[in-house]
Design a binder for this molecule. Structure first.
Ligand SMILES: C[S@@+](CC[C@H](N)C(=O)[O-])C[C@H]1O[C@@H](n2cnc3c(N)ncnc32)[C@H](O)[C@@H]1O
Length: 585
């Protein structure tokens, strides 16, 4: 199956940026995919909701106002918008709109601007909208004159700069193209214009920024697009612009629904932003965009009140998020869920678990203490094999051959360097650097100590290793062969079967603990610091069968199954699990 997002991906993967001169090839491909899959645009009922949300309705004199569609495609938004415009204007002119071409042209010429980069789609739109107008009574000549004003074939991100045209309504479904799939030159140009294209932001972010700056005072913009920017790192700058300078009027979380004609995993949302000072927002979450739900949603979002349907969750947010804060709309729900998973489950360090959480050794001078013996000649008795962050990136230990120098005796006193002449010579060569560390300055006669003491017995203890910044589930088993280096946290098995513990720790429920205690408010990567790991609570009464099943699913890489098992161990309902998965995704 192909869909609009996939199609954009096809273009970008094949050719980087879909430059106009290269488009015929792309169009073939698009057309082929389209023929196979049928249409792949926004569903009409969603388009109608969006037009209603911004107030583009026939009871208003729409010809006196202006509407922009920045990425029209084949006209999912444009066709109904033109219908509404004509009906509204016919009402105003008492049905005589098309009696005089010049008069109709003057009334309608600035009512619409529609931008589309793709030449083929532009042509298609020309034919379709032309037919639309003619079916409603416009002459061929008038429809051509109007279309030459309304339809613009260009890159929206280079159009209307500096902004001279402003709009009362902006609606659409902007393209979703990863910045790394655009040529470097073009990406650079976009970045030089759009300050919200932060980090790895997709170009839909620039579409939002550019559209916002074209809004008339009090004008409204409503888009359907992926909700990634609402919580993630690359969305920081666009969130700041919206939260500080605009009024978020509506926000619909339809993350789990299918609002596009073809099925696509786009994690969509719909929002309305008004060019006005901050104000109250109505938010709504629903998993199914059935006509009935959409009608209920429309009523609530436009009129307020209550929806008597527990499949739709509504909230009024009096004071929208500030600055770059992520838009965590289900904050209260998250708190309740946290309370539930905390209740009746002992902390990881408490009986019956008795697990230790620690961090690898800090030396204050990694390049001196973490070495390879073939490069540094010291007595082997002072060396302990050490595992570093780069050794575990593949999910298992791929040891790079590093050792940490242990300058301690078993009782914690420092070794006598006279008994280790090679070590002495090595340390003396680096004396200046070693003495410049604060730990040495505070203990000048122990100038070669590491910041943390080293406990050699930890080496043989089976443990799970976790890097402090995690982009994916990375909980790596060390069967008891290495001493962890400072960039790694470790968790011992306590009374647990360590492999079952490993499986449990990759679950969304454990991620949810960290998410709740750590950086959820900054939309950053999750930081797995010891202080948060120690707050994890583990279920009790877990059976041997549960352990075996967890291990089996881990082996199979079936994280959904792990989530289901773990959520049963914490007595969570399927709905609660889904909420947690959404939050930590
Ligand atoms: C996700 S589709 C949406 C189409 C339509 N709005 C809908 O909802 O059915 C995005 C459209 O943006 C167009 N597009 C991609 N990059 C563009 C750009 N830089 N400027 C204008 N249009 C662009 C694509 O050709 C595609 O038709």
């Amino acid at each position: 199956m192909k869909n609009n997002l996939d199609i954009d991906q096809v273009i970008q993967n094949k050719m980087g940026y879909a430059a106009p001169e290269l488009q015929p090839k792309v169009i073939d491909e698009l057309d082929q995919s389209k023929k196979k899959s049928g249409s792949y645009y926004t569903k009409p009922e969603i388009v109608n909701l969006i037009l209603d949300l911004v107030g583009y309705t026939v009871d208003r004199p729409l010809f006196k106002q202006s509407l922009l569609e920045p990425s029209t495609g084949e006209g999912a938004f444009l066709i109904p918008a033109v219908d509404r415009l004509i009906e509204s204007t016919q009402n105003y002119t008492k049905g005589a709109l098309f009696a005089d071409d010049d008069n109709a042209f003057n009334l309608l010429q600035d009512a619409i601007r529609s931008i589309e980069l793709d030449d083929f789609k532009h042509q298609f739109l020309h034919d379709t909208i032309g037919r639309c107008l003619q079916q409603r009574g416009a002459s061929i000549d008038l429809s051509h004159r109007l279309l030459s004003k309304w339809l613009v074939q260009t890159d929206f991100l280079f159009w209307n700069i500096p902004v001279v045209h402003h709009f009362d309504y902006i609606v659409g479904n902007p393209p979703y193209i990863r910045i790394e799939n655009i040529t470097e030159t073009l990406a650079k140009k976009y970045r030089s214009i759009y300050k919200t294209l932060f980090d790895r932001a997709d170009i839909y972010i620039a579409f939002i920024e550019h559209s916002l700056e074209m809004l008339q005072e009090d004008g409204q913009l409503s888009f359907i697009c992926t909700d990634r920017f609402t919580k993630n790192r690359y969305g920081k700058e666009i969130r700041r612009v919206v939260s500080e300078l605009y009024h978020v009027v509506h926000f619909l979380d339809i993350h789990n629904s299918q609002p596009f004609i073809d099925e696509v995993s786009a994690y969509p949302c719909i929002f309305t932003f008004r060019n006005a000072p901050r104000g109250e927002a109505r938010t709504l979450k629903m998993d199914d965009v059935s006509p009935e739900n959409l009608e209920n949603a429309r009523k609530y979002l436009l009129e307020g009140g209550e929806i008597d349907d527990d499949r739709i969750e509504t909230h009024t947010i009096k004071d929208w998020f500030r600055g770059q804060d992520p838009w965590v709309l289900n904050g209260e729900l998250a708190q309740e869920l946290l309370k539930k998973v905390e209740a009746n489950h002992p902390l990881i360090s408490e009986p019956p678990h008795n697990i230790k959480v620690g961090i690898g050794v800090a030396t204050g001078a990694t390049s001196i203490y973490v070495i390879k013996p073939e490069k540094v000649d010291v007595e082997p008795e002072v060396l302990l094999p050490t595992v570093i962050k780069d050794d575990i990136t593949h999910g298992f230990i791929s040891w790079s051959g590093h050792y940490v120098i242990n300058p301690y005796n078993n009782d914690g006193s420092l070794v006598d360097l006279e008994k280790f002449p090679k070590l002495k010579a090595y340390f003396m060569r680096h004396e200046e650097l070693l003495r410049s560390r604060s730990t040495a300055k505070n203990n000048p006669n122990k100038w070669y100590k590491t910041i943390d003491r080293i406990f050699p017995e930890r080496l043989s203890e089976p443990k799970l290793l976790i890097p402090d910044i995690k982009l994916k589930n990375l909980i790596v088993l060390d069967e008891g062969n290495y001493y962890p280096e400072h960039s790694l946290y470790y968790i011992t098995a306590g009374t647990w079967d360590i492999k079952a513990l490993q499986a449990l720790l990759v679950s969304s429920i454990i991620k949810f603990f960290i998410w709740s205690y750590a950086t959820k408010m900054r939309g950053d990567y999750l930081r797995y610091q010891a202080q948060y790991l120690r707050k994890i609570r583990l279920p009790i009464g877990i059976t041997k069968e549960d352990c075996e099943e967890l291990k089996r699913m881990y082996e199979l890489g079936d994280y959904d199954a792990i989530d289901r098992i773990v959520s049963r161990l914490y007595n969570l309902t399927a709905d609660e699990l889904r909420t947690i998965q959404d939050l930590v995704q």
